[in-house]
Design a protein around this ligand. Sequence first.
Ligand code: ATP
Length: 234
Amino acid sequence: MLEVEHLEVAYGKIQALWDVSFEVREHEIVALVGANGAGKSTTLKTISGLLRPQGGTMRLGDRRLETLTPPEIVELGVVHVPEGRKLFPDMTVRENLLLGGYARAARPHRERRLAQAYEIFPRLAERADQLAGTLSGGEQQMVAIGRGLMAGPNILMLDEPSLGLAPIMVEEMFRVIEEINQRGVTVLLVEQNTEHALDLAHRGYVLESGHVVLSGTGKELLANSKVREAYLGL
Ligand code: ATP
């Protein structure tokens, strides 16, 4: 479905990704894990068109993504939920969600998808008229993911959805990601919570200093001695 090959990305003179290749197949959850600064967010920003690669290719089916703009990439169903949620704090939950359904292709489906988002996150239905800035961190993360779903993604890219959440909300977040996947959405998940992410993912890739150093099924990576030492502290 999504094929990234030999991706090279730099911020000015500082190269952040080196020859990064990976693929995400339809209906999978794929985890990208690695330490702070390994290049995970850079990878997602490049796929969604926010950064331009210096080299390499990105393909969604038979479409090339490298030269498309972020709105064109969203129209293809590649939707990025950025780290830090980026909500509009002075708008209500409902208004924030509706903003996710503004793309041309998404507009006719807004009411149906809003109902679906409330089904996945019943808490948001209860708080539809509350200002987003007054929600808890976990609730804000739900809005951010719900807003992503409003675009009708084929592939949903989540950047650190569990970051800064209380343990019980972390559990809930991973449960919701699984539910979204079971509803037919392919997921590319960036996480520093390596254990949880690999436990949930069908497959994963480990990034280190901008290089893919390991890949395998979630189970294989969880059993890998290097992953256990470096990322799980075992
Ligand atoms: P984190 O979880 O901390 O965001 P990450 O794996 O997502 O880590 P990136 O944010 O992709 O890592 O960063 C990869 C490298 O690129 C790091 O060395 C970082 O300092 C650098 N970098 C990221 N954003 C910029 C920027 N806007 N300008 C310059 N360098 C940047």
